[in-house]
Write a protein that binds this ligand. Structure first.
Ligand code: 7TS
Length: 408
């Protein structure tokens, strides 16, 4: 890792250069949302100053310009995830909407009574509740892959759950609470062998890992812009063309139609069939700049730097003064997310004390209540590191934790 490079990257993020509670901000809540580089902020400003117009509809110059930029983001995300075609990338509000879209269209059409959907113990609520809703509606059955104490999937148990009634495996690629990287390629191969489709929740994976949907052969991948240095309110649903074409529309309205009469409406081609109404144009356009930012730095460099932050944090946690700190999520394969608890202290109090020193972490159940139950916890403190974080900041966190541990 080159410290000079990281210092240069930090200059691209205006928000990092401020004091919080009298201390320089240390932002370790990146799994909730990442900060945005200046290129993203300027793209939003430029769009509303010079280019704002509704897309796909008018003959005028601004509309043509904004349509071109909007579709440019689609091409950029296509190559970012290596989809075969840009039309396989549908813009949504985020991962939550991408999952609900598949649940309410594909699953509603193809899941029947007695069919089974498999998820994992470490899913975010957004990859649990939509499937519970469809299972209830269809009298289908939700099955859950258990995990070990390190937070790794028990793949033998997955093998036992798979059967010809399995219609879908909906699985988080990287756990937001534990950081575990799941063996998704193996999961996809095994699921396909029994004829099931696979949806990957890529909310956390896409900012840390290389993504190649053709190599993975996943059927659906859900992506969120705001966890990838882009604006909030933008996500992507990737789906294989053949599947998207078989799916009914999600919402009815403008843009998703070919022709409307009171007797009958015919639907537009993909991706527009799934993009009813005026989308979040400015944020989609700015999302391209976030993808460009990640591409310029490169996933190898990002992974290398983030892994060194995680390794340093875990090394510091071994100190005698921090022996009350218990890491939660110790999988062999993981990204730069570390949950922990301190014996005898409430996670929320720890979060407040860290905030008093300008350190932003997440506390609570991280929208993974069943996972917290698996560890018999109400919640954890979670530090999640991104490309602009430094070893020095990690040291500040452990120094503060030492002080907090002394208060026990
Ligand atoms: N899936 C995972 C694994 C997530 O981490 C999140 C958000 C979502 C789905 C929802 O994504 P969205 O695009 O709809 O926002 N995770 C978190 C978090 O860990 N703390 O705040 C939000």
């Amino acid at each position: 890792m080159n410290i000079a490079d990281i210092e240069k990257i930090r200059t691209l993020f205006p928000i990092l250069h401020q004091e919080v509670n009298g201390h320089p901000l240390v932002y370790f809540d990146n799994a909730a949302t990442t900060q945005k580089p200046i290129s993203v902020i300027e793209a939003l400003d430029k769009y509303y100053r010079f280019d704002n117009a509704n897309i796909h509809r008018a003959a005028h110059t601004l509309a043509a310009r904004s349509t071109e930029m909007f579709e440019d983001t689609r091409k950029t995300i296509q190559s970012f995830i290596n989809a075969k075609e840009a039309e396989e990338c549908i813009f949504t509000k985020g991962v939550t909407e991408s999952i609900n879209l598949v649940a309410q269209t594909w699953a509603r059409k193809f899941v029947q009574a007695g069919d089974e959907i498999i998820i994992t113990t470490m899913e975010h609520h957004s990859n649990i509740v939509p499937w519970q809703m469809i299972c209830e509606e269809k009298s289908a059955i939700l099955r859950v892959i258990p995990i070990n104490d390190s937070g790794e999937l028990l793949m033998d148990e997955f093998d036992k759950l798979l059967n010809p009634k399995t219609k879908l495996v909906a699985c988080v690629w990287v756990s937001n609470a534990l950081g575990t990287i799941n063996p998704v390629k193996e999961i996809i191969q095994k699921a396909h062998a029994v004829g099931a489709k696979v949806l990957l929740d890529g909310a956390q994976a896409c900012s840390h890992l290389k993504v190649d949907v053709q190599d993975l052969d996943c059927d659906f991948l859900c992506v969120s812009s705001h966890k990838l240095y882009g604006p909030t309110g933008v996500g992507v649903l990737y789906g294989k063309r053949q599947l998207l074409e078989m799916m009914p529309p999600y919402q009815g309205g403008g843009e998703m139609i070919k022709e409307v009469s009171f007797e009958k409406t015919t639907y537009n081609e993909i991706p527009y069939k799934f993009e009813a109404g005026t989308p979040n144009i400015g944020d989609v356009i700015a999302f391209k700049k976030a993808l460009d930012f990640v591409n310029e730095i490169g996933k190898d460099f990002i992974a290398h730097h983030e892994n060194s932050l995680l390794a340093y944090f875990n090394e510091l946690l071994l100190s005698e003064e921090l022996k009350a700190v218990k890491p939660i999520g110790t999988a062999k394969e993981k990204v730069s997310v570390q949950s922990f608890v301190i014996e005898g202290m409430h996670h929320f109090d720890i979060g407040m004390m860290l905030d008093a020193r300008g350190i932003a972490v997440r506390t609570g159940h991280h929208c993974t209540q069943p996972l917290m139950n698996r560890f018999s916890l109400e919640g954890t403190v979670r530090a999640s590191f991104a490309i602009y974080n430094t070893l020095d900041e990690v040291k500040k966190l452990t120094d503060s934790l030492i002080r907090i541990c002394k208060l026990r």
